[in-house]
Design a protein around this ligand. Structure first.
Ligand code: ZN
Length: 337
């Protein structure tokens, strides 16, 4: 931005961006709470999940309301998760970090949109072990579209980033199954990588793979040593007896297009669809043909948060990383700027 701008005005704009981040974070709390259950993020107004008390505007102010209410619902006094103010503060601080890195530029806009996608994806994956397509797919489109104002070269790099990221993780998904007969990656991970590739271009993909696996492995091993499991537990519905362990469902893998009795044209249509999108392995089914809910084992980690963290590190710290890392490693991390 114009260097002639008086410093106090720049500070004022930074404060405004921080407050904007808090408000976006407040909205992201709604996304985290509702999107995994397929609920609307617009209606109804926010209410207490325990007693249904509808929040008035002054109970909905980011950060301040939680502090003023001392983390309790005004209606029923049941505790409000610390996640709410945390997500708000985190989003506000990440917005400021983006401003510091990119100043007032087109890159800043793209970075803020990326933050707005990564924060809810991280918290949803931590709680539900899913990365909803309703966030990742629009995210891929947004990443490519936001490269347009920066010229043809940026647009090409973003499109290649999305495609290569998706295909590389799709291949790893398949090879993981071939080699270990286990579901090595969640099906949603490749869409998140494609999204990161769109925003950060193909140059960042190796670095994302390297940083996410390294940090995920180190923290996962530490968590197993300390708590006995690498990832968070999923909520077990109250009706289910926790002692009665369900037998591990048999995992199989049959390409849809190889099934007997299909007309040739359907087979041909199915081939590209299967290669790109069919779940690997097949969704486990019980005798009645209903899908069995997957329960994470003790050594499973949700990979989405680690991918998101690696993406954030490259987004915000790339110039610093390229200074402190040995040049060969910095080059491996995608020719950091
Ligand atoms: Zn309540």
């Amino acid at each position: 931005m114009d260097p002639e701008f008086p410093p106090f005005l720049m500070t004022l704009l930074a404060v405004w961006l921080f407050i904007l981040g808090l408000c976006v974070g407040s909205f992201l709390n709604v996304v985290v709470a509702r999107v995994p259950h397929g609920q609307s993020i617009v209606k109804p107004r926010s209410r207490c999940p325990k007693c249904g008390h509808t929040l008035s505007w002054y109970e909905n102010i980011p950060l301040l309301s939680w502090l003023a209410l001392r983390g309790r619902c005004r209606g029923c006094k049941s505790p409000i998760s610390i996640r709410y103010p945390l997500v708000e503060l985190l989003t506000g601080l990440l917005f400021l970090a983006c401003l510091r890195r990119f100043d007032w530029s087109w890159e800043l806009v793209a970075a803020l949109v990326l933050i707005t996608l990564l924060v809810p994806l991280t918290f949803i994956d931590l709680e539900h072990w899913i990365l909803p397509f309703s966030l990742t797919v629009p995210g891929i489109i947004a990443g490519v579209a936001l490269a347009v104002p920066r010229g043809m070269e940026a647009l090409r790099d973003a499109a290649i980033g999305a495609a290569v990221g998706f295909l590389a993780f799709r291949l790893m998904e398949y090879l993981g199954w071939k080699l270990f007969r286990k579901e090595a990656l969640g099906g949603g991970d490749k869409f998140l990588v494609a999204m990161l590739g769109a925003f950060l271009t193909w140059k960042a993909l190796l670095g994302i793979l390297f940083l996410s696996s390294l940090q995920g492995a180190v923290v996962g091993v530490l968590l197993i040593a300390l708590t006995g499991r690498a990832g968070p537990r999923t909520e077990v519905p109250e009706s289910e007896e926790p002692e009665k362990e369900a037998p591990e469902p048999e995992l199989t893998m049959t390409w849809e297009f190889t099934k007997p009795g299909l007309p040739l044209w359907r087979r041909l249509v199915l081939v590209p669809w299967c290669l790109l999108f069919q779940p690997i392995p097949d969704e486990p089914k019980d005798e009645a043909g209903e899908e069995i809910d997957w329960v994470p084992g003790t050594t499973n980690i949700p990979f989405g948060p680690w991918l998101a963290l690696a993406g954030l590190e490259i987004l915000l710290l790339a110039p610093w990383l390229s200074r402190v890392l040995p040049p060969q490693l910095a080059l491996l991390l995608g020719g950091l700027p």
